[in-house]
Design a protein around this ligand. Sequence first.
Ligand code: DP6
Length: 339
Amino acid sequence: MPTDQQVEAAVTAVAHPNIALIKYWGKRDERLMIPYTDSLSMTLDVYPTITTVRLSPAAPADDVRLDGAPAEGEPRQRVVDFLDLVRGMAGRGEPAVVDTRNAVPTGAGLASSASGFAALALAAAAACGLDLAPTALSRLARRGSVSAARSVFEGFVLCHAGRGAGTAADLASYAEPVPVPGFDPALVIALVNAGPKAVSSRAAMRRTVETSPLYRSWATSSGHDLFEIRAALRRGDLDAVGEVAERNALGMHATMLAARPAVRYLSPATVAVLDGVLRLRADGVSAYATMDAGPNVKVLCHQADAARVAETVRAAAPGCSVLTARRGPGSHLRAETGQ
Ligand code: DP6
């Protein structure tokens, strides 16, 4: 039996994935996790990650569990490195017990690392007694996964790449909410393949930055896309938001296709869904696609059209599972704590 002094409070945090409408793809500092470009996303109301962290002074080492099973290899190391960072900030040294439950299929291009590190950042910081302001929490989550910086906040979120180097860059690279009152579209998610991907997004973006002759021009045009999408969001203009988001995503995939060797996440089912989206638009439905580091497609549309979009997507890629998301909450602590 542990003594009273050895039992630390367990802290549980919840975070949701986000889908970037203006993508982050490529880091200029891999150690500090500083992206090359700004990005803009929508936090979703589906597929939460729930993470409990408890410091365990008597434990021989960190105990990391992912969906009930002990984490191993790189996934475990990423969590341990992140815990070291938080312990360093808090001046603590105790091992931790981490229990993470993901409703999203891990590694399938549905941003499980975003919800995962946003939840871990909040739970680990609180377990270590750190009370971080949202901006500091977003910066911390970024050190686990850049996209996680955005899942700290609800709704539409802008992530600053930040300028400068070292500490200056670290301080300048964080996400913040973009208030868009009244803009509440649907995002129809077509899970054409929920299995793990062949190349991790981390490795793929590194290869793209190092070898793709298209990378620089995409990064430049992405800055223009961001400017346009922010104006479109302010107007609540779904067609303009969707048009920019779709071209930004296709451009990102073009940079990967031009990498050496090429990285191709888009499958025949992806392309069939993209064709379905084109048909919807030809029929006058506002529907726009975006894809991340995987074959799945997310279609932005008006809520009133979501059922029709879902039906088209199902017909285009028989067997795929389809789910409709809306804007969701930022990361938050759960009142009840685990053991
Ligand atoms: C294609 O944030 O998962 O989803 O920072 O290396 O952990 P790391 O990568 P990650 O990459 C996400 C890339 C993307 C686009 C985006 O979410 O902006």
